[in-house]
Design a protein around this ligand. Structure first.
Ligand SMILES: Nc1ncnc2c1ncn2[C@@H]1O[C@H](COP(=O)(O)OP(=O)(O)O)[C@@H](O)[C@H]1O
Ligand SMILES: [Mg+2]
Length: 306
């Protein structure tokens, strides 16, 4: 088996993927930096599998590379190569609004969203979304950057201004209805090849002293909680349908329980697989993922020593 891992700055997850693919499956791995590679280099290598690991959070510092990744994936989609994830799912990763539209078509419960523009009428938008609080975030990005919960027009304008004034970001800004979580944690559900295979929870935190906890983000201080029972069936089915809505082969969904049932906050087709997962969950998530991808997509890879 020959594998291409497309990446930006090399993080721990990709090094671990390479180590496992080379060690456990005696397979060849080519690490390609999106900033330096091109379609021809990938094609010349004749990979059986391409893993797109250019994180959505790259948009926080290098929006151009995210655009380049999408252009490359669009071209690769026309070939018969197996890509995890291909264009649609990766675009949903890099644009929360694109993902919202795909989910909306099939009726998946997710916060009502609005793409902000220069001529947007804020009063009308807030009315369309319901009322305050309104969530403001970068359409493209991650790790909680510039995420704000706004309680009035002043806070709303300020939150929009913060994103507008970031020089290295030229993506969109989205406004969302705030969906109140009923529990003190969220769910992260890992879906591979259409099947939810594992999940865990994260504690919710607040950004201001006087507000109830509402936000899950490891980068901002949430703790990972082990959920040792099997995935509840309703949650499993919900996530499998939501992953299908964005056409993903691999997806980690951020889910909360609200008064209207489960709600998709976000898709993460390129999750950062933090080293502490192994400790908390008791197994190597990356190893499990690769195993599932190889099995699900019928890749020929012998396990060393078997
Ligand atoms: N519309 C919303 N309603 C309620 N909570 C939200 C909403 N949007 C974001 N959050 C909370 O903020 C966290 C981070 O937002 P998210 O959209 O996942 O951005 P990021 O890409 O930075 O992870 C979510 O996991 C969720 O806990
Ligand atoms: Mg998130």
């Amino acid at each position: 088996m020959k594998v291409v891992i497309l990446h930006h700055d090399l993080e721990n997850s990709e090094k671990e993927m390479k180590r496992i693919i080379e060690g456990k499956y005696s397979s060849e791995v080519l690490l390609l930096d999106i900033r330096k590679t091109n379609f021809e280099e990938i094609e010349d290598f004749c990979p059986d599998l391409i893993l797109n690991r250019v994180y959505a959070s790259v948009a926080n510092r290098d929006y151009c590379s995210v655009k380049k990744t999408l252009t490359l994936l669009k071209k690769l989609d026309e070939s018969s190569l197996l890509i995890v994830n291909s264009y649609d799912a990766s675009r949903s990763d890099y644009s929360k609004f694109f993902a919202f539209n795909l989910m909306n078509v099939v009726g998946i419960n997710t916060p009502r969203s609005f793409l902000y523009g220069l001529n947007s009428d804020l009063e009308k938008t807030v009315k369309t979304l319901g009322d305050f609080p309104i969530i403001v975030k970068r359409d493209s990005g991650g790790r909680g950057k510039d995420l704000a919960k706004c309680n009035n027009f002043e806070e709303l304008k300020q939150a929009i201004g913060v994103i507008e004034s970031s020089e290295d970001y030229s993506g969109g800004i989205i406004l969302q209805e705030f969906c109140e979580p009923l529990e003190s944690y969220d769910y992260r559900v890992w879906v591979v090849g259409g099947e939810a295979i594992l999940y865990h929870k994260r504690t919710l935190i607040s950004l201001q002293e006087d507000e109830p906890a509402w936000l899950a983000s490891r980068s901002l201080g949430s703790q990972i909680l082990r959920a040792d029972a099997n995935i509840p069936l309703e949650l499993k089915k919900f996530c499998e349908t939501a992953a299908e809505a964005i056409n993903s082969k691999f997806d980690v969904l951020d889910i909360i329980k609200t008064k209207n049932g489960f709600c998709v906050i976000e898709h993460n087709p390129t999750p950062n697989v933090r080293p502490e997962y192994k400790e908390i969950l008791g197994f190597c998530v990356i190893e499990k993922l690769l195993e599932k991808i190889i099995e699900r997509y019928g890749l020929e890879a012998e396990v060393n020593g078997e």
